[in-house]
Design a binder for this molecule. Structure first.
Ligand code: PNS
Length: 160
């Protein structure tokens, strides 16, 4: 069984993320979305909320599982017997950071390969940070994140 892990912060999940998850789920037998618990960074959503939002928007994809993880990605890979890290590449500017992480993960575990999927052109400008900025200043979130999570983002921003 070919299992891929798609890691990230997903604060919050965007349509760009969802595009990679959905396309990845056609390529791999199983895609595990690994949501990083970052103790150093306080996000908009807590880890349980992020996991719940991704579960909600991937409920129509039966071979997608959503989990949270702490520590090293390669340890999560071992836990699930996964050998492929799935990443989305939006633009050339992503390359250097992603290249470094891919090499580091392969150094930490030579069994691990990182495969990159080009983000669809429709979403190449999207990021969770940009979504948070738009939300903060009352911009329109439709077309940036899945419709069903827009109320959650608006509510969270208003609470803060
Ligand atoms: O969505 P992000 O914040 O760009 O995702 C970054 C992520 C979660 C993929 C990366 O920070 C990560 O894999 N963290 C786990 C720690 C780790 O394994 N580090 C070694 C590789 S550099």
């Amino acid at each position: 069984m070919k299992i891929a892990v798609y890691p990230g912060s997903f604060d919050p999940v965007t349509l760009g993320h969802l595009d990679v998850i959905a396309r990845g789920s056609k390529v791999f037998d199983k895609v595990i979305v690994g949501v990083l618990v970052n103790v150093d960074k306080k996000g908009l959503f807590n880890i349980e909320e992020r996991v719940e939002l991704i579960k909600r928007v991937t409920k129509n994809l039966p071979n997608v599982e959503v989990v949270s993880f702490e520590g090293l990605l390669v340890d999560l890979m071992r836990e699930y017997s996964a050998h492929v890290i799935l990443k989305g590449l939006r633009a050339f500017s992503d390359f250097e950071y992603e290249f470094q992480m891919a090499l580091m993960n392969n150094k930490l575990d030579p069994e691990v390969e990182t495969l990159f999927m080009m983000t669809s052109a429709d979403y190449s400008y999207l990021s969770s940070s940009a979504v948070k900025q738009v939300a903060k200043f009352g911009g329109i979130l439709k077309g940036l994140v899945p419709d069903e999570i827009i109320p959650d983002i608006t509510r969270k921003i208003n609470e803060k």
